[in-house]
Ligand binder design. Structure first.
Ligand SMILES: [Zn+2]
Length: 87
């Protein structure tokens, strides 16, 4: 996949986020282990970084991706970024 310099930069940043969140994975909050009424913690499904904590009974949809990964997804770069990060 041939990418321009801006796209390459975005993917490099993704790999940095991905690598950092792999290291801290064990410290990630497990929502199922929290008592009822505790806020829910959301992590990006792509890079794994913390996105937000929301009250258990929030009405907005749970975020799937952080803003940066959402951006990659819009530009159809997310699959390539994940492929490289896992290589
Ligand atoms: Zn992300």
């Amino acid at each position: 996949m041939k990418l321009n310099r801006v796209e390459e930069r975005k993917i490099e940043n993704f790999i940095r986020r991905y690598t950092a969140s792999q290291i801290s994975k064990d410290q990630r909050v497990d929502n199922s282990s929290l008592p009822a009424g505790a806020p829910m913690y959301y992590f990006c499904r792509a890079c794994g970084q913390f996105i937000t904590a929301l009250p258990e009974a929030h009405f907005s949809p749970a975020p799937k991706y952080c803003d940066d990964c959402e951006d990659l997804k819009k530009e159809a770069l997310l699959d390539e970024a994940l492929r490289r990060a896992r290589a």
